[in-house]
Design a protein around this ligand. Structure first.
Ligand SMILES: O=C(O)CCC(=O)C(=O)O
Length: 193
């Protein structure tokens, strides 16, 4: 049923200042890449950098690009565990997006790729600069804004991706970096079946 509000839970300060600091320190060592994607037949560099970590076999495909997961770094693995313990949230892969400043962004989309376990939720953890995470209903275009700050957790519950899109618009006044981690449940071996 269409609803005025998206099925999300926003938990502010899910990570303590110390946990944020440890994670930010680890992010510096991630092999973040500005990959090239194809949209409507045209090639573009993404307006941010990214890395994909996960269990073996959890490949991720978007815009004709297939990426195999890198092994879990230690602090990220602890964050995955914390999500399981605190929120019964299971995941086997995580997409890290790094936005150097407010010029970096992410366009409207839904996380509805076929390799994502059907009916699973997605947990998004933010570090660094506060940015607007905007959610838009696919049919009535109702928009809801979530100002995500450092250490916040946003859970996108089952059903969200079918009905709502989300994006991270440019915010040119933002000069500080922001890192976002979307923890997902992937069908392991989906692309090798
Ligand atoms: O950076 C964000 O908050 C959005 C990330 C996102 O939309 C995604 O990973 O699908």
């Amino acid at each position: 049923m269409d609803s005025l509000l998206p099925p999300v839970t926003h938990i502010e300060q899910f990570l303590s200042a110390k946990q944020q600091q440890l994670l930010m320190k680890e992010v510096v060592s991630y092999p973040l890449e500005r990959v090239e994607i194809e949209v409507y037949g045209k090639k573009h560099l993404i307006p941010r950098t990214q890395a994909w970590f996960g269990d073996p076999g959890c490949d991720y495909r978007f815009s004709k690009l297939q990426i195999s997961p890198l092994p879990w770094p230690a602090v990220l693995s602890r964050l995955r565990h914390k999500l399981r313990v605190d929120h019964h949230f299971d995941s086997n892969a995580v997409l890290v997006n790094y936005y150097a400043n407010g010029h970096d962004c992410m366009g409207w989309h839904s996380d509805d790729e076929p390799e994502i376990v059907s009916g699973s939720a997605i947990a998004s953890v933010t570090l660094g600069a506060e940015r607007d995470f905007v959610v838009r209903h696919k049919h009535n275009h109702n928009k809801v804004n979530f100002a995500l700050g450092s250490g916040d957790l946003l859970i996108m519950h089952a059903g969200m991706q079918q009905v709502w899109q989300h994006g991270l618009p440019k915010r040119l006044k933002v000069t500080e970096p922001r890192v976002n981690f979307t923890f997902r449940q992937i069908v392991a071996g989906f692309y090798s079946r």
